[in-house]
Design a protein around this ligand. Structure first.
Ligand code: SF4
Length: 464
């Protein structure tokens, strides 16, 4: 699934202008790829966008003038502008920032090669779609490629496309059927990422549990040994590769097929994180049938409960759609009960929104927008209560936290995540300043922390 399912109305859109040399262009590519990976759409016009990013050049006077003029134009036509690139780093005559002096209304200014800073400014000014099924990060990092994420975590894409035909989704018509990457390539890329300092590997695809179906689970080779192109072998081997690096492996987009049961013991044994992102979309069997979802609903609750028995610390994240065509109040109530009973740790929910070309548009019983929105709000209320209770139970425990941000070596605290939090889509662990003078925090390193309280989706913890 992707933002394509929930088009313009709910998808934040960004206008982008790239000026300057090939190096600036590469910066633009990195920013655009990251925007797309996070589910933002790009717009060709300033007016049609929620905000505009101008990547500037500050090399010669003509280029400076062109950049300043473009910023002015974007401010006039759109009003919400983030400036990046060489001109952003240029000082004015009085020692201030040239762009800010000329255009005080810009939202943020960064220098060149500052993807993360630009993304931070985008997140501050235009929250990203809270959609875990965002477009996948292209296969650009790894063995010889460019990494588009902070240095300490990376996405590992194992396949492209999808063999299912969910009625609300147009991904298969855009990206085609499932094509699994050769297992040797995937594992080789994983090792290169760990070698390069990655401490958390996020396995992504459209349907991770279907890995290898298209090649009939063909036996491939890695490190001189035969390995089947199949989820179980993939996860087992990723766990083995990660171990000497002390790194995490996190699984996304896993459908609750019976074969996933075999992965749970690997989680219980600490080989991979006890975290599963399982996009369920609904619980009622009739709605799931109308959605034409893989791994239909009847046994999902039972399956989740079995997983929890086998691995009590498992965290389940999922997304749901409220107000699907024809959804009755009773079917919706089934969904609310399911979220309570299944104790979904992290749940996202969209009000159903028709997508051009999706089969669900022809289903009878389209609900008015107010009902769809109202159900979404009711869903989130229940889901947040479940999540908050579960977070509260962690208070007093000690968790391993991967540090994402720690200005000044963490002397004033920082931000991190536990195994229960995937980057960008879940909560965070807010780290307090360490009590011990000698204790420092470093981005990309693990720290143990004692949980002192829960706040909304987040935990507050004292590094120890
Ligand atoms: S499983 Fe369904 S929702 Fe996901 S990509 Fe395939 S068709 Fe779309």
């Amino acid at each position: 699934m992707s933002d394509a399912i929930f088009p313009n109305k709910t998808t934040p859109t960004i206008g982008f202008v790239s000026l300057g040399c090939p190096k600036a262009l590469t910066d633009s590519e990195l920013i655009l790829t990251q925007l797309s990976a996070e589910g933002y759409q790009t717009s060709k016009t300033f007016q049609g966008a929620d905000l505009v990013i101008v990547n500037t050049c500050g090399f010669i006077d003509d280029a400076i003038k062109e950049s300043l003029d473009t910023i002015g134009e974007a401010l006039t036509e759109n009003g919400r502008v983030i400036v990046t690139g060489c001109l952003g780093a240029k000082a004015s005559d009085d020692g201030g920032n040239l762009v800010r002096q000329m255009h005080p209304k810009v939202l943020a200014v960064t220098g060149p090669h500052a993807t993360q800073e630009v993304m931070d400014a985008v997140h501050t000014n235009l929250p990203k779609p809270h959609d875990p099924f965002v477009d996948l990060v292209p296969n650009a990092f790894g063995v010889a490629g460019i990494k588009l994420t902070p240095r300490h975590y990376a996405y590992l894409k194992i396949s492209e496309g999808c063999n299912h035909r969910c009625t609300f989704c147009i991904i298969p018509s855009m990206r085609g059927d499932l094509v699994s990457r050769p297992i040797g390539d995937v594992l080789g890329e994983a090792r290169a990422l760990f070698e390069g300092g990655v401490k958390e590997l996020l396995v992504i695809s459209q349907d991770t549990s279907a890995y290898g179906v298209d090649v009939k689970y063909r036996t491939g080779f890695w490190d001189g040994k035969p390995v089947k192109t199949r989820m179980l072998e993939l996860v087992q081997t990723l766990g083995e590769i990660a171990e000497p690096y002390g790194a995490w492996v996190r699984l996304h987009y896993v459908y609750p097929y019976p074969s996933v049961d075999d992965i749970i013991p690997l989680m219980a044994a600490g080989k991979v994180l006890p975290y599963l992102d399982v996009p369920l979309q609904h619980s009622h069997p009739d709605v799931l049938r109308r959605m034409r979802r893989p791994a239909s609903g009847e046994r999902n609750l039972e399956r989740l409960q079995q997983w929890r028995q086998a691995c009590p610390e498992i965290v389940i994240r999922s997304t749901f759609i409220a107000g699907f065509p024809g959804e009755t109040e009773e079917e919706f109530a089934h969904l609310l009960d399911f979220v309570r009973e299944a104790q979904i740790d992290r749940a996202g929910c969209f009000a159903y929104s028709p997508v051009k070309g999706a089969a669900a548009n022809d289903l009878p019983g389209m609900l008015p927008l107010e009902i769809r929105e109202e159900r979404r709000a009711r869903f989130m209320e229940v889901a947040e209560a479940v999540s908050a209770t579960k977070l509260q139970r962690r208070v007093g425990s000690t968790m391993q936290v991967l540090v994402d941000s720690a200005p000044g070596m963490g002397k004033k605290g920082g931000l991190g995540r536990s195994y229960a939090d995937a980057p960008e889509i879940d909560g965070v662990v807010r780290l307090l300043p360490p009590e011990k003078i000698s204790k420092t925090l470093k981005v990309g390193e693990f720290t143990k922390a004692r949980i002192v309280s829960a706040q909304g989706h987040d935990l507050v913890a004292l590094p120890i």
